[in-house]
Design a protein around this ligand. Structure first.
Ligand code: FES
Length: 175
C-alpha cells in the first residue's frame, strides 16, 4: 500500500503531466526514492493509483535503467559500456571494478549491501570516457586509481554517517 507521502509525491507529478502515462516515470521514481526499488506489489499499487494496468506500468519501468525492479545496494554504480568508453579500456576497468567490489558480474550487490553494479548506455560524458555514475554523481576519465578512490570515499562517507547515527557518537548514553 502506498504511504500518504508517496501518494502526495505522485499527485504532485500528475498535476504537471498531461496523462497518467506521462506521470508514470515520476511516480516510479518517487516510490523508489522511499523504498529503494520497485517490487511487484509496489508496481501494482502505483498502477492502481494512476489508473493503469500493472503490465502497462511495467513496460515503462523496464524502459528506464534507473528504475530498479529488483533489490539494489545503498549505492548503484552505472558503468557506461557504449562505444567511446568501450575503446577507452572499458573491459580492463570493468575487471578492476569487479575485483574491487568482490563481485563477479553486472547485477550483483556487494556482500555488505553497499554497491550494486549495472551496465549503462552512454552517460553523456564521452569526452571524459571512460565514465560511470554512482547514484546521481558522474565520474569521468576513470583509471584504476580513481575507481579505488571513489569506492573508498563512498565507504568512508557511509561509515561516517553510520557512526554519526550511533548513540555513542551523538553523546547519548545507552540505558
Ligand atoms: S560512451 Fe560512455 S559516456 Fe558516452
Amino acid at each position: 500500500m502506498l504511504t500518504q507521502e508517496e501518494r502526495a509525491a505522485i499527485s504532485e507529478g500528475c498535476d504537471s503531466s498531461p496523462s497518467a502515462r506521462a506521470a508514470a516515470p515520476h511516480a516510479l521514481g518517487a516510490v523508489q526514492a522511499s523504498r529503494g526499488w520497485i517490487s511487484d506489489e509496489s508496481l501494482s499499487d502505483i498502477a492502481e493509483f494512476l489508473h493503469m494496468t500493472p503490465a502497462e506500468l511495467d513496460s515503462i519501468a523496464t524502459f528506464y535503467n534507473r528504475i530498479y525492479r529488483s533489490p539494489v545496494g545503498r549505492h548503484v554504480i552505472l558503468l557506461c559500456d557504449s562505444v567511446s568508453c568501450w575503446i577507452m579500456d572499458y573491459e580492463y576497468l570493468l575487471n578492476h571494478l569487479l575485483t574491487k567490489l568482490g563481485i563477479s558480474g553486472f547485477g550483483e550487490t556487494t556482500k555488505d549491501g553497499m554497491f550494486t553494479l549495472l551496465p549503462s548506455a552512454c552517460l553523456g560524458a564521452c569526452d571524459h570516457a571512460p565514465a560511470m555514475m554512482v547514484d546521481r554523481e558522474l565520474f569521468g576519465d576513470l583509471t584504476r586509481q580513481s575507481i579505488d578512490t571513489i569506492i573508498d570515499q563512498y565507504r568512508i562517507k557511509d561509515g561516517d554517517r553510520r557512526t554519526a547515527q550511533s548513540p555513542l557518537a551523538t553523546g547519548r548514553k545507552e540505558q
